[in-house]
Structure formats: C-alpha cells, structure tokens
Design a protein around this ligand. Structure first.
Ligand code: HEM
Length: 498
C-alpha cells in the first residue's frame, strides 16, 4: 500500500516536472501573449466556468493588453480584445488565422469538418464558400428578396395582430425567420403551421441548448470511444434527424432539377456542379459530392436563422425601450416608403432605421465571442507569437464596448452612424464588426443587412410596439448557450398603425 502511494507520488511529481519543463521551453521559444497565472491542466477555471466569459476576458485585457492568453483546462487559447489586433490577425495575416479547430461535437455536426462553418482553411472550404456566396448573392437580384420577405412577413404580422394580450414576440419571430430561410434554401413557401418547419425549429433549439451548454466529449475526446453518454446519444440523434430533412430536400431537388432553372439556394449549388461537369473540372467535382453539398446547405440555413432571429429580438427590445426612437423610425418609414411595401429601392434612404439596425448589431451583439479560429502556421499578433494550431477568439463584445471607439458604450445611440444631415456616414466606426472580418467574414452579410432592414421597416410600418401599460424595460440580460446574450424574456403589445 505504502509502495503504491509512493509510486503515485513519484508519477505525479514526474508529470508535474515534465509539464514545468515543457512550459519553460515553450515560453523560451516563443514570446507568448500574457495572461494571469493558473494551475497547469486545470487552467483558468474561474474564466471558463463563468457564463459571461467575454466580460471577464475584457476585464483581463485592461491588465494584460489586447491579446490575452488563457488556458481552458489544458488547452491554451488566445483572445483578441481590440479592433487593431483583430484586423492585424484576420485581415493583414488572414490565411494564418483562418483555420477552425476540430472538436468531437463539431465533427459530428459537420461530417468531420465538411461544409463551410466548421471546415478548416483549405481549397475545399474556399470552393464551397465561393459557390455558396454566389448562390446567396442570387437573392439580391431583382425583387426576389423583397417579394419573399413581404409574402412571408404578411402572414406572420397578421398572426401578431390577432394577439389580444401581451405576448412574447420571440416566438413569432422564430417561426417567421425559419419560414424565410426555408424558402431561401428549399424554394417552398410552407403554410404558417407547417409541421416540418416546426420540427426543424425544435431540433435546432434542442441542438443549440445541448451544444451551447458544452459537451463533455470535447474535453475528454476518447470518452465517446469507450462510453456513450445520454447527451451524446441525444445530440447524435438530433443531428441525424436534422440532416435527414435536408438530405431529403436535396434529393427532391436533384430529382426535379431542370438545367437553366434556378428555383432556390439548392438549385444554385446544383448549377455550380453542372458547370463543373460541363467544364470537365474533376478537382471541383470531387469536392462537390452530395454529402458536402448537404452540409453547405445546412450551414447556410442554421447560420442564417439564429443570427437573424436574435438580431430581430434585440431590435424590438430596443424599440420598446426607446419609444421616441421607434417614432423617429416610423416618421422616416412613412416619409420614404409611404403606404408602399418597404423594398430594396428604399434601402438607401432609410438612414435612421438602418442606423438603428447597426446600433442593434453593436449593442445587442449576441455573438459575443464569435467562433473559434485556429492558426494554420506559426504567426504573430500585437507583437506576440501565436504558434501553429492555437485556438484564437475575437472578443466581439469587447470591440463593441471599447470606450476608445464608443462614447457611452452602454447607450443605444443610432446617431453614431449618421452625419450632421442625418444621412448614413460613408464609413462605420472602426470597432463595428458584428460580421467579423477577413477570410472568415460572415458569408451572409450582403443578404442579412437588407433582409433585416426590410423586416424592421415592415414591422414598424404596420405596428406601434409597446411594453404593456405600467411595465418598465427590463435591463437584465439572459446569457444562453455559447455565451449568447439576449434580452430577458419580455412581453409586448402591438397596435396597428394603418
Ligand atoms: C445579423 C445577422 C448575422 C450576423 C451578425 C452574422 C455574423 C457572423 C459571424 C460573426 C461569423 C463568424 C465569422 C468568423 O468566424 O470570424 C459568421 C459566419 C458565417 N455566417 Fe453569418 N451572420 C449573420 C447572418 C448570416 C446569414 C443570413 C447567413 C446565410 C444566409 C450567414 C452565413 C454565415 C456563414 C456560412 C458563416 C461561416 C463562414 C466561414 O466559416 O467561412 N450569416 N456570421
């Protein structure tokens, strides 16, 4: 017994010594970014176990500077906390920082890093980004986007108008935006209570909650090979069900595809495949297999729904919190759009409403720490070395609250984006980066901005949105899975304006 415990002590001392030597050698070889001391292997527990990591890390950056290095368990990670270092890494040295780290749960969702979002920097990722980007831009042609938004919104605004008691708008927005992305991706206009859309929403919600709360197998990757936890089974089954729906849609499209006719996003991808066939581009055809295309569709669908619905939720929250700003948007919408339907032609003259959307994206910045990047080679940022294979996060929350760039960062102030004549400034403040920057910049930005603006304009054209009588805005923030920040549940009442 005594011998065993002595042996254990020796082993532990050996491991400790080994770690210390490794740490010292690594420190000597590289000029690593600074960060507070932590217990090896355990890491900065107080930071990574906190729900508001982004806020804690922003605080640390006041002490350690804009590039902070922390250990999440045994894994070192780097956090970029101001726009200068973000642009240096993501734009100036863009390829260096454009990888994505692997994780067991990410691999489950992306068939081992296929698709776009979870695929690391590679020619295959670049090619899928290119064809998906072209497919998204297709919606900016003619009146495609505005017609789709109009048709879809009318159904849901009618539903909201039927609400007699105060209600949570999030539930309506979620359904509305799921229907919208469903039409973009699959071409169909489902009925308001379509069961398949409902299933997609429920699966997305379950996956969001479960992935968002963290997955044990990502910390102990070998666990899944020896024991399947109940949560892993649930994640795997929900992922399969969700991808099965998209696979079925994809197959329907392949079976009914007519060359030269582009019905939706899936057809755009099939057209890209057809062009590669015509050109005999074997390299492209090899990576345009059904599995990868299905994952690209899934990425667009889910990247589009959550971001759009959370932005709309924050927009309504700010409009109820600042009724005077809501009235100013309505004055503008009445003046510019009148009784027409808000459309792309009004986009460039809805300066104030657009400024409110930009400010919503800053202050209601739900993607607080973005998505992990990974260095694909040894690189540097802010004067520090970042070794190959390091996970790097952009702290968007820190950028959007940086007092160097934002006076009174906690204030909802659309005038930040307007010149003295009330027109949109030609450039936005430097530290406004909700869509990120560089090679991994959001692929949907070009469509998300007009889509959200038209939705905001439609909503405020039709309704006055208020908190119920006697209710004050709730300043509390709800931090959900992945650290996403949302307003606490709030109820509203709507009154038809016309
Ligand atoms: C308000 C709306 C949106 C916001 C704020 C937003 C923001 C972001 C951010 C921060 C990223 C991560 C960039 C990085 O890794 O550094 C991202 C990636 C992405 N977004 Fe968006 N997004 C929005 C809407 C959309 C929409 C509507 C679509 C699709 C129609 C979309 C498709 C994508 C895709 C495919 C990626 C992955 C890009 C890659 O990894 O190469 N997004 N978005």
């Amino acid at each position: 017994m005594i011998n065993i415990s002595l042996d254990m002590q020796t082993v532990l001392a050996g491991v400790g010594m080994g770690l210390l030597v490794y740490y010292v050698i690594k420190r000597m070889r590289y000029r690593l970014p600074p960060g507070p001391w932590c217990i090896p292997l355990i890491g900065h527990y107080k930071v990574y176990s906190s729900v508001a990591k982004h806020r804690k890390i922003a605080e640390l950056s006041k002490v350690y500077g804009p590039v902070v290095r922390l250990s999440f368990g045994p894994v070192p990670m780097v956090f970029l906390n101001d726009v200068e270092v973000v642009l240096e890494a993501m734009v100036k040295k863009k390829a260096d920082f454009s990888g994505r780290p692997h994780s067991p749960s990410g691999d489950m969702f992306s068939g081992g890093g296929k698709g776009i979002f979870l695929s690391t920097y590679s020619p295959t990722w670049r090619y899928h980004r290119k064809i998906a980007g072209k497919a998204i831009r297709h919606y900016l042609q003619g009146d495609l986007l505005e017609n789709m938004i109009q048709n879809n919104m009318n159904k849901f605004l009618d539903k909201m108008a039927e609400e007699k008691d105060p209600f949570i708008i999030r539930n309506h927005l979620d359904l509305m935006i799921f229907h919208q992305l469903y039409t973009i991706c699959f071409g169909e206009k489902p009925a308001i209570n379509d069961p398949e859309v409902k299933t997609l929403l429920e699966l997305n919600e379950a996956l969001f909650t479960d992935f968002g709360a963290g997955v044990l197998e990502d910390v102990v990757p070998y666990l899944k090979d020896v024991y399947t936890t109940a949560k892993w089974k649930k994640l795997s089954s929900n992922t399969d069900q969700l991808l099965d729906i998209i696979r079925a849609k994809f197959k329907q499209h392949v079976d009914t595809f007519e060359p030269g006719i582009n019905r939706d996003f899936i057809d755009s991808l099939l057209i890209a495949r057809q062009e590669a066939e015509k050109e005999g581009d074997e390299a492209a055809l090899e990576i345009l297999d059904d599995t990868r295309l299905v994952l690209t569709i899934s990425d667009i669908f889910f990247a589009g729904v959550d971001t759009t619905r959370f932005t709309m939720d924050w927009f309504v929250y700010f409009m109820t919190k600042h009724p005077e700003i809501q009235s100013k948007c309505q004055e503008e919408i009445d003046r510019v759009v009148g009784s027409e339907c808000p459309s792309m032609k009004h986009r460039d003259t809805l300066h104030f409403t657009e400024a409110c959307m930009f400010e919503t994206m800053r202050l209601g910045n739900f993607i607080v720490m973005g998505f992990p990047h990974m260095t694909i080679c040894n690189s540097q940022v802010g004067g520090y070395d970042i070794p190959k294979g390091t996970t790097v996060f952009i702290n968007f929350w820190a950028l959007h609250h940086d007092p160097k760039y934002w006076r009174e960062p906690e204030k909802f102030d659309p005038y930040r984006y307007l010149d003295e004549n009330g027109k949109s400034k030609t450039t936005k403040p430097d530290s406004w980066l909700p869509f990120s920057a560089g090679s991994r910049v959001c692929l949907g930005e070009t469509v998300a901005k007009p889509e959200i603006l038209l939705m905001c304009a439609n909503l405020l054209q039709r309704f006055d949105i208020r908190l119920p009588d006697g209710v004050k805005p709730n300043p509390e923030i709800k931090i959900t899975g992945f650290g996403i920040e949302l307003p606490s549940d709030y109820k509203i009442v709507v009154k038809e304006r016309i």
